[in-house]
Design a protein around this ligand. Structure first.
Ligand code: NAG
Length: 435
């Protein structure tokens, strides 16, 4: 890993040096070129003044000479005037040309910089293939694992992970009952690669006594005090800190809240082509996958319709994240913003994922994929739509997330009754929303 880093650094240095050399060479060539132009148009020099008044002064001196000799006709005066006008025009034209040249040079240099950085990241430059055959990068390379970040966790993950991936949930005693439904559903499906990050001793013991793989953080990691007493949002901030280590160790994580029931093995339903693959808070094709929402402003007349891009947020309680640089940058950005204010982690997570670069802000550009909203089902989809539709009732989701309802435990139990035990009326007693 160190060798690789050094290699990248060296390439970087040598490319910087060659860039510097080529810049100097370009500057010399441009200098000579401009020198020739100026020598041609202004054999007597132009740099004594940059302002147009220069020609005027010159002319005034000439005129006073003319007048003092008092033997020149008005023809000479007119000739001088014409010369003055022509010189001014040439001066302005030349200035314009120089500005265009400088601008072209700046653009060329800037483009070259970007292109060189791009090549450093992506390897050899390519020609574009034929129409319809080109595809941009969405599967970023994984980071080189660094076990020194947390050797104890590295040890645990080596035993638990399957194909370098696993389900991870954070839990403290406040969510003990839900955690039990959560891991029982995972055990029933037969998913081996999952881990509970215990935020207090009670949960750690509870997991051990139930044969649930558990990881307790070192007490000296200060931020963990949040986990013991913290409410939902405080724990959410902690989760992005903790996740970082998993990615640094080279593992893909399916981050899971505990208000989720597992009905199939989610690892059989992932695409793994994006930095972040997430379940949606959307409830149909449009809201989950994106649509063009037309905003109407009649006062604008001919241009009354403004088109807007809309998508329901990704659910930050259930997403698969690959160990890549953009993924780790996402975690850092979210953790950083959550530590500086009382923001909702799901809103911050989505803003970082979706907002483009703009003045004063560099966007993230992690690649994203929305999970199938029937397979990775939120509780609005289940209680508002699916349970009322004979065909949709036959679909067996991979997971159901009780994210839209506060009475989480009874709804989780009802989901188990309906999908696992086949009790057809298990979902009937609940209202669509909360009351
Ligand atoms: C939603 O999209 C899927 C394909 O992604 C399509 O098969 C289905 O017909 C669409 N449903 C509606 C109601 O448009």
């Amino acid at each position: 890993m160190i060798g690789r880093r050094d290699g990248a650094l060296m390439r970087n240095n040598s490319s910087n040096q060659s860039l510097l050399k080529s810049r100097i060479a370009i500057a010399i060539v441009i200098g000579m070129f401009l020198g020739c132009i100026f020598a041609f148009f202004f054999p007597h020099g132009i740099f004594s003044s940059n302002s147009p008044h220069f020609d005027h002064n010159h002319l005034t001196r000439s005129i006073s000479q003319v007048v003092s000799t008092s033997c020149e006709s008005s023809d000479s005066l007119n000739m001088l005037k014409a010369e003055f006008v022509a010189a001014s025009e040439k001066n302005a034209e030349l200035k314009k040309q120089v500005n265009v040249l400088i601008e072209k040079l700046r653009l060329a240099e800037q483009g070259k910089d970007h292109a060189e950085k791009q090549v450093l990241v992506l390897g050899e430059p390519h020609k574009a293939g034929p129409f319809g055959t080109v595809h941009g990068l969405r599967t970023n390379p994984t980071v080189v694992p660094d076990d020194s970040v947390n050797p104890r966790l590295a040890n645990i993950l080596e035993k638990i992970a399957v194909g370098k991936e696993l389900i991870v949930a954070l839990a403290n005693s406040n969510v003990k009952d839900m955690l039990e439904v959560w891991f029982k559903s995972i055990q029933k499906v037969g998913i081996p690669n999952y881990l509970v990050v215990a935020l207090d001793d009670e949960i750690a013991k509870f997991c051990e006594s139930n044969d649930v793989p558990v990881y307790k953080r070192d007490p000296d990691k200060g931020i963990d005090s949040v986990g013991k007493t913290g409410g939902n949002h405080a724990v959410s901030g902690l989760k992005f800190h903790i996740l970082r280590e998993f990615l640094q160790l080279g593992y893909s994580v399916l981050l899971s809240d505990v208000d989720i029931v597992y009905l199939q093995n989610p690892f059989h339903y992932l695409y793994r082509d994006s930095d972040v693959e997430s379940m949606s808070d959307g409830h149909n094709n449009m809201t989950a996958y994106g649509y063009n929402d037309v905003f109407d402003e009649p006062a604008m007349g001919w241009a009354r319709y403004a088109h807007t891009m809309r998508i329901w947020v990704y659910n930050s309680g259930f997403f698969y994240i690959r160990p890549t640089i953009p993924s780790i940058e996402l975690l850092d950005r979210v953790a950083n913003r959550l530590s500086h204010g009382n923001a909702w982690d799901q809103a911050v997570f989505n803003e970082e994922l979706f907002f483009p670069s703009h003045p004063g802000y560099d966007g993230l550009y992690a690649s994203r994929r929305t999970m199938d909203f029937y397979l990775f089902m939120n509780s609005k989809v289940l209680f508002k739509t699916v349970r009322k539709n004979a065909n949709l009732r036959k679909i067996k989701p991979v997971i159901v997330h009780i994210n839209y309802h506060p009475d989480k435990l009874p709804r989780m139990q009802a989901v188990v009754e309906f999908y696992v035990n086949g009790k057809q009326d298990a979902l009937s007693s609940f209202p669509d929303g909360s009351e």
